[in-house]
Design a protein around this ligand. Structure first.
Ligand SMILES: Cc1ncc(COP(=O)(O)O)c(C=O)c1O
Length: 401
């Protein structure tokens, strides 16, 4: 992983005076560029929402706002509050996720958020009762757990028994009941099948299946129109640096072709993007506190571990690693170094699951006192970690812009 000079300089500066020995560094420039690029490439009826679960730090919300993202996909009242604090109007919020509480639904209706994405019949009835009490209607999408799997995804959410959405195979039974609720205004479907998709053909296959589903719904129920079709997130990131990166140009062109083919130009499409927008806007940096030799392998122990950067071990994916030499004084003569070898790298937790790279990883050179920098850490980094385990200080989140 090649670090840009300003990123390298910022990491060095903060590492030289370690108020804390681990930190996340954020530079939202890549995110801003990606939103602007997608907006320029995609047809106007494709709207980009930032799925803030990827990184709820205010800097990312502000970057989404300043780059004219259409709105924010929220999954809790806490996220709603953060989005509003960052300057988004509640009307720019769409609310997805299973198990929405009565309080969350009441807040959504009272604050007139754009759409609530219904995940079950219970949720539809709960929302209906809240709307009736408040004397309001609410625009909804119905989230469907489709009958298909997307090949080539890092994680599949569809095709199996799922807490997400209403099974496609039960739609004929459930959808009419939702459509009959007088305070819910059906606007369309939400189908988010898989995440971490790098192949455009896989994303396109998903679109085609969803478009066919929308057609079937419209053919089955007189007067029902899927004005909005939400594909969720899912654009992949090349964590393994294979060079097979996601191409927004090809995606935009192919999606436009698909929309034309189905004659869906008068519909609105929603993308809820998280990882793709933020991953390359963040780096997790932690000081190497110890290197030791154990049964034929070097163990590199950092100040921070899986409690601060949980994603690699949780998903079994190594993030790109760069070691920044700090040339600190030796602690004792003959102390271990890692030199052009494959090492274990982890943190200070007292368990073997504390890995910063789930698979042994090659380092050219690492010395005690150097800084291990994990790239593509802007998505699902800080907020997905279990920061209080062992009660270490939380890593700082340092924002360059
Ligand atoms: C409903 C929903 N939308 C969007 C996203 C963002 O997905 P990604 O980060 O893969 O773009 C998620 C992630 O879990 C999600 O659950």
């Amino acid at each position: 992983m090649q670090l840009q000079p300003h990123i390298l300089a910022a990491i060095r500066k903060h590492a030289e005076t370690p108020a804390q020995r681990s930190f996340y560094l954020y530079d939202t420039a890549p995110m801003r560029g990606k939103i602007k690029n997608l907006k320029a490439l995609l047809p106007e009826n494709v709207r980009i929402y930032y799925a803030m679960k990827a990184n709820p730090h205010n800097a990312f919300l502000v970057a989404a706002g300043e780059s004219d993202a259409h709105g924010i996909e929220i999954a809790s009242l806490g996220e709603a509050q953060k989005a509003v604090d960052a300057g988004f109007s509640p009307e720019a919020l769409i609310f997805t996720g299973p198990g929405k509480s009565p309080e969350e639904l009441a807040w959504s209706v009272s604050n007139r958020i754009e759409t609530v994405h219904i995940e079950s019949l219970t949720e539809a009835h709960r929302l209906e009762a809240i709307c009736a009490t408040l004397g309001q209607t609410q625009d909804i999408l119905v989230r469907v757990n489709p009958n298909f799997h997307i090949h080539g995804a890092q994680a599949n959410f569809s095709g199996d028994s799922s807490k997400l959405g209403v099974d496609e195979s039960r739609l004929n039974e459930i959808l009419p009941q939702i459509l009959a609720l007088p305070h819910l205004n059906f606007r369309g479907l939400h189908v988010y099948s898989a995440s971490g998709i790098l192949e455009i053909k896989d994303l396109l296959k998903n679109c085609e299946l969803v478009f066919n589903l929308a057609r079937r719904v419209e053919d089955t129920y007189q007067g029902v129109r899927c004005d909005i079709i939400d594909f969720g997130g899912g654009f992949g990131i090349d964590y393994l640096e294979t060079g097979n990166d996601f191409s927004p140009e090809t995606y935009a062109k192919s999606l436009k072709g698909m929309i034309d083919k189905f004659g869906f130009n008068d519909r609105q499409f929603v993308l809820e993007l998280g990882r793709y927008l933020t991953a390359d806007s963040g780096w997790y940096c932690t000081e190497i506190l110890d290197i030791k030799h154990s049964l034929g392998k070097k163990q590199v122990i950092c100040a921070g571990g899986a409690h601060q950067f949980r994603r690699p071990v949780a998903l079994g994916i190594n993030h790109p690693l760069t070691i920044i030499p700090m040339h600190r004084p030796q602690i004792f003569e003959g102390q271990e170094v890692a030199d052009n070898e494959s090492v274990f790298i982890g943190g200070p937790l007292c368990n073997t699951a504390d890995k910063l790279a789930p698979k042994d990883i090659h380092v050219d050179r690492a010395e005690i006192g150097d800084i291990a920098v994990f790239g593509l850490a802007g998505a699902y980094g800080y907020s997905m970690s279990h920061l209080d385990f062992l009660s270490h200080a939380h890593p700082l989140e340092i924002v360059l812009r």
